[in-house]
Design a protein around this ligand. Structure first.
Ligand code: HPA
Length: 249
């Protein structure tokens, strides 16, 4: 199965049930990762953990050093990487507190370092990204959700915006016409960089608000935080089941 790494997003500075063994500060050819990489155990199984936004949630999505994060996880032996993602829901199936395992991505970001092969060091390379997520890890994740009694919505197309502001109602309407079900700010370039390194990458998304123009009135942080807290609680048994391999056939 290979060593599992979990990248925690908003609401996941720590993982529920995670026992820390040691935190290793690291450097990479692309700079420092968001935080020291934490080696530890979840449900009795060794995993790696990295908080995407750094300690104290100090890095906004457009300032995360995605290259350093993925490089560090790979260098420490991770073979499977799960990215946790708080998202907004666009289409009807994806209301607040729904868990989703996306199968497709659309990129609306700009100015992010998208590749390890940027021509500065070594040859240019073009990886296949037809199916942006690792099918095995997606299936393991869906089984882990089922084992934890959580019905995860899939498939889903995740549109990645630049942030840090939330979108306008017109931007969300355009994204819906494009086929997006979910909107978040961190799914790319994370998934693409994982693919460049040959890592098996999937995402567990959880909806913390209706996207702009899809709910009643303005989006409030108070409501987002309430949904985030609920989803963080629900995710504990899912992640434990994934780590324990109850996701495996
Ligand atoms: N838009 C973008 N990113 C998000 C949202 C949203 O509505 N909710 C959580 N992350």
């Amino acid at each position: 199965m290979g060593l599992l790494a979990i990248i925690g997003g908003s609401g996941f500075q720590r993982l529920p049930g995670f026992q820390v063994i040691e935190a290793k500060p690291l450097d990479t050819p692309f700079g420092a990762p968001s935080a020291p990489l934490v080696h530890g155990c979840l449900a009795g199984h060794p995993i790696l953990f990295l908080p995407r936004h750094g300690e104290g949630h100090r890095l906004p999505p457009h300032r995360v050093n995605y290259r350093a994060n993925l490089w560090a996880l790979h260098a420490c032996g991770a073979q499977r990487v799960l990215g946790l993602a708080a998202v907004g829901g666009i289409t009807a199936r994806f209301g607040p507190r729904v868990f989703a395992v996306p199968d497709q991505l659309i990129d609306y970001t700009h100015g992010r370092d998208q590749s390890f092969h940027d021509g500065d060091a070594g040859a240019v390379a073009h990886v296949d990204f037809t199916e942006p997520y690792c099918p095995e890890l997606r299936m393991d994740l869906l089984r882990a959700c089922a084992a934890a009694g959580v019905v995860a919505a899939a498939p889903a197309t995740y549109g990645v915006t630049q942030g840090p502001r939330l979108e306008t109602a017109a931007e969300i309407a355009r994204m819906e016409r494009d086929g997006c079900d979910l909107v978040g700010m961190t799914g790319l370039p994370e998934a693409a960089l994982a693919r460049e390194l040959g890592l098996c990458y999937a995402s567990l998304a959880f909806v913390v608000n209706w996207a702009a123009g899809k709910g009643e009135g303005a989006i409030t942080m108070t409501a987002i935080e309430a949904h985030l807290g609920f989803c963080a609680g629900q995710s504990g048994p899912i992640l434990a089941a994934l780590a324990a391999g109850s996701g495996a056939p």
